[in-house]
Design a binder for this molecule. Structure first.
Ligand SMILES: [Ca+2]
Ligand SMILES: [Ca+2]
Length: 252
């Protein structure tokens, strides 16, 4: 769109100087702004009613207000809530085959002095052996809003040690409707966490994350995920049991 106030050539004969002056002012206020671009810029009402523009923002940015004016900014918050994987709802490997062992599920009762009118803090935890690989599994469907990613985030503590490191591992497999023979599905590989160093004070917790290989992931697709301790890994040097406190699956 090109606004040319000199057309038609006989403008001066058709329009009064006052009307031509108004068009010229409009041209300066609006058309010059539009012609300047860039494409996909937004036109705003500026100070004193003058037209102003906001150039396009970085891909993925959202429109927000900064000091009373619209501006593009990275989206914050609003992430999808993680999928909890409660230890009480885990399925235990049956011990057949090789390296197909469950950890011991325990009810841990706090050794602290009870506060009046409260119970003792009691939780279900899983104790993973220092020498034998042990695993927990969970079956779920990926949420309908799943788009990408897949990371296990866990909290853990040592049962007896204050030094050394634990190698946590995880894996996931997906069942596609009408394609996968679900009863014969296997995990194709284990993904590893960075070596998790034992907290220096017994009883304190630490955190680990395991980015999962999400081949075959899709919204609403059935999956099975496992978490284990790679106890016979060369970098798993912590003596005694590693106690899993909680686990969740994060995604985008
Ligand atoms: Ca192993
Ligand atoms: Ca070990």
């Amino acid at each position: 769109l090109v606004w040319d106030p000199t057309k038609p050539a006989t403008n001066a004969d058709l329009l009064s100087p006052e009307i031509r002056g108004n068009f010229a002012a409009l041209d300066a206020a609006i058309m010059a702004l539009l012609a300047a671009g860039p494409a996909s810029a937004l036109v705003l009402i500026g100070a004193g009613g003058a037209a102003a523009k906001l150039d396009p923002g970085t891909a993925g940015y959202v429109l927000t207000m900064v000091s009373g004016a619209p501006a593009w900014a990275a989206a914050t918050g609003g992430g999808k809530p993680p999928l909890p994987l409660p230890l009480e709802q885990a399925t235990l490997p049956d011990g057949t085959g090789t390296g197909n062992n469950p950890p011991e599920l325990i009810r841990e009762v706090s050794t602290g002095t009870q506060t009046t009118n409260t119970p003792k803090r009691t939780r279900t935890f899983a104790k993973f052996d220092a020498a034998t690989d042990e695993h927990l599994e969970w079956g779920r469907s990926l949420p309908a809003d799943y788009v990408s990613g897949g990371t296990l985030r866990g909290k853990w503590k040592a049962a007896t040690a204050t030094t050394g490191a634990v190698m946590w591992k995880g894996g996931i497999c997906f069942t596609t409707d009408g394609a996968t023979v679900d009863s014969a599905i296997v995990f194709t590989a284990a993904d590893a966490a960075a070596a998790a160093t034992a907290p220096g004070t017994l009883g304190q917790t630490g955190e680990f994350t395991i980015p999962l290989t999400m081949t075959g992931a899709a919204a609403n697709r059935e999956f099975t995920v496992f978490l284990g301790r790679d106890a016979d890994h060369a970098s798993d040097t912590m003596a005694g049991d590693a106690v899993l406190v909680s686990l969740r699956l994060e995604y985008a």
